[in-house]
Structures are given as C-alpha cells and as structure tokens.
Ligand binder design. Structure first.
Ligand SMILES: Cc1cc2nc3c(=O)[nH]c(=O)nc-3n(C[C@H](O)[C@H](O)[C@H](O)COP(=O)(O)OP(=O)(O)OC[C@H]3O[C@@H](n4cnc5c(N)ncnc54)[C@H](O)[C@@H]3O)c2cc1C
Length: 330
C-alpha cells in the first residue's frame, strides 16, 4: 500500500536504528532536527505519489492486474516508455528537493535482478527467486531503501583480502545453515538514517582470494550490529539557508559488526566472478537515472538564479554578464 508522507514519518518512528550525528545519539530519526531536511526530501516522494497532479508520473500499476499501485522510485522499468517516465519522475523530485535519494532503490533492484538471473544460470541457485520476493516486499510495503555499495576501502593500492584491517570492506565472517554473518564498513550511504532498509552491494570486481567480500544482501535499518555515523542533512536550523534548511541529504558511514542476514535476503555470497556484473549493472542503471537527477538539480539552480536576478532588480537583457551565466546554467 502506498504510504503518505505522514505514514512514512510514523513508520520511521517504529524503527530503532543506532544513529549518531555529530557525535550525538539520535533518539528518533523522524524527529531529530539535524535529519529533518533529509526526511522532508524523502517524504516528498511519498506525497507526490498521492497528489492528483503528480500521481500519474509517480505511480506504476502492478503488472499482475491486481489494481495495486507502486511508487515509481522502487520500480524497475520494463520498456523504453518506463525508462523515460523514471527520468521525468526523478527530475520532478530533484527540482523540488535537490536529490531524490529514494531512486537508488529502483536502480539497485534493476541491477540485482539482472545479475541474479545471470548468476543462477551459471550456478543453478535461487538468487533470482529471492531477489524477486524481496523486490515484491519493498514495493508492497512502499519502503525507502538505501544502497550501501561504497566500501571504506582502506589502502587503495591493496585488494580487499590484502587489507591490514579486513573491516575496511564488508565481507562474510560466518556461514550458517540459516544465513550469513557480515562485518565491515560502507561509506557515504545516501539517506541511510531515514531509510527502512539497506541493500549491501559489492563495489568492485573481486578475485578468488576476495570471495568472502563478494556479498550482496538486504538488512533492516535497525538490524542488530549495525551502527550509522551520519552527517546532518542539508543545513538544518540555518535561517539564511532558505532551501537547505528545508531539504537536504545526509550521508552515513555504516558499520556492520557481525550482522546476521537470513538466506532469503542474500543475493550473492562468494560467487566472486559475478561481483563485477552486479557492481556494473547497478552503476549503469544509476548513471542513467542520474541524468534526470542532474537535470532536476539544474532546474533548481536556474530557478534560483532567476529569482536572485529579479530580487536584485536586474534585467538579463541589459546585464550581459548575468545573461551569459544564466545561459551557461540552462
Ligand atoms: C553525495 C554523494 C552521495 C553518495 N551516495 C552513495 C550511496 O548512496 N551509496 C554508495 O554506496 N555510495 C555513495 N556515494 C559514494 C560514491 O559512489 C563514491 O564516492 C565513489 O564510488 C568513489 O569512491 P571513494 O569516495 O572511496 O573514492 P576512491 O575510490 O578513494 O577514489 C578517489 C580517487 O582516487 C582514485 N583511485 C582510487 N584508487 C586508486 C588506485 N588504487 N590507484 C590510483 N587511483 C586510485 C579514483 O579514481 C578517484 O579519482 C556517494 C558519494 C557522494 C559524493
């Protein structure tokens, strides 16, 4: 069922992630002033799916004819029209908020479903089935999903297995009958504190020696053993920052300390040859979406430039320097 912005904030209040901002523990992500601009930005993707004038773009009807609608931010485009509709929807949200944030979930699912089919074809496993079930889960519950792909990386000249500290990359530390246990560090994860779940993905090609680092799985944001060290979203509380005190983006370092993940949420566990496929498939979908994100952000800058010009009583027909700058922006 589609959530409203209010439902989204309430859903965050029911979660208990371990979050630090500026060295301080955050008691309630939805109510902490430092994260509010980020929560506002994601909330807009929920409201736009319910608003009459934007819902056509922001919703996708379920393919099974059930009459259900899903948020386009979680949808994997099925044809060229849907690819274009994704771009329009992302541009619209970025025009208002600067960054749509929630669109990463759809891009990651596109990459994972594509790669899972390829991995299963080679290994005869059930990754595709699991990925499809989880995809259904996030769309049915209308979740916000963060993507934890960028590892902390440590010494950039060394591969993951050769790092002095193995926790510079997320990796499998234990394999159990019921799932895997992972440890390590992902960095710069957009919106992490105010997401419902995180998708852990490998961020590079791996070698046989790196097999334990070839891991892709989904975890609830308040799973035991996960700590998020986050930046404030935007410039909260700054009176002069009229835009950035309303909308912004937090990024977080995500520290996994022996986090258990049941098999049904595991989409890659050691098949190192496919790590590159997964990384590349997601990055390709995401680069496509980013075209629209930059266009929306550009719209925002052009609007701000026009507003500043007008507020200063200037006319771009006469102020040629300004006219050139505005043309550059456009
Ligand atoms: C606003 C923002 C939001 C982001 N959101 C997310 C997100 O939601 N999820 C996520 O997973 N990531 C996210 N990222 C991370 C982004 O994808 C990474 O910044 C990117 O992958 C680069 O990784 P890095 O920062 O570790 O840089 P590095 O890998 O350290 O690279 C820095 C520079 O060094 C060079 N370099 C690296 N290694 C070597 C080497 N061995 N030899 C020579 N040169 C080298 C690189 O080419 C590059 O020019 C975000 C980043 C930003 C800025």
């Amino acid at each position: 069922m589609l959530m409203s912005a209010t439902d989204y904030r309430e859903s965050l209040r029911r979660l208990t992630p371990r979050v630090f901002v500026d060295g301080r523990t955050v008691a309630s992500v939805a109510d902490d002033p430092t994260l509010l601009p980020g929560v506002n930005a994601v909330a807009l993707s929920y409201d736009f799916a319910l608003r009459e004038d934007t819902s056509t773009l922001m919703r996708v009807a379920a393919a099974d004819g059930s009459g259900r609608d899903y948020n386009r931010m979680l949808h994997v485009p099925q044809n060229t029209d849907e690819l274009l509709q994704k771009l329009e929807a992302v541009r619209l949200i970025c025009r208002y908020t600067g960054c749509a944030q929630r669109y990463l979930g759809g891009d990651a699912m596109a990459g994972i479903l594509q790669a899972a089919a390829e991995i299963d074809a080679e290994h005869g496993g059930e990754y595709l089935q699991r990925a499809q079930a989880w995809y259904q889960h996030i769309r049915d519950a209308d979740l916000a999903v963060g993507i934890a792909m960028t590892d902390a990386k440590g010494d950039r000249s060394k591969r993951p297995h050769a790092q002095d500290n193995p926790d510079t990359y997320v990796h499998i530390v234990e394999r159990r009958a019921d799932g895997i246990v992972i440890s390590g560090t992902k960095a710069i994860v957009t919106g992490a504190p105010y997401m419902h779940e995180l998708l852990v993905m490998p961020g590079r090609a791996m070698t046989a020696a790196d097999a334990d680092f070839a891991v892709c799985c989904a975890v609830p944001i308040d799973v035991e053993g996960l700590t998020l060290v986050a930046r404030p979203a935007g410039r909260p509380g700054e009176a002069a920052a009229l835009f950035s005190n309303r909308f912004g983006q937090s990024t977080a370092v995500c520290l996994f300390d022996k986090v258990f993940v049941p098999w049904e949420r595991v989409f890659l566990a050691g098949e190192w040859r496919h790590s590159a496929t997964l990384t590349y498939a997601y990055a390709t979908h995401h680069r496509h979406t980013c075209i629209a994100a930059r266009a929306g952000y550009g719209d925002l800058l052009i609007g701000a430039g026009t507003l500043m010009t007008e507020a200063n009583g200037l006319d771009t027909d006469r102020a040629h320097g300004l006219r050139e700058a505005m043309t550059d922006l456009i």
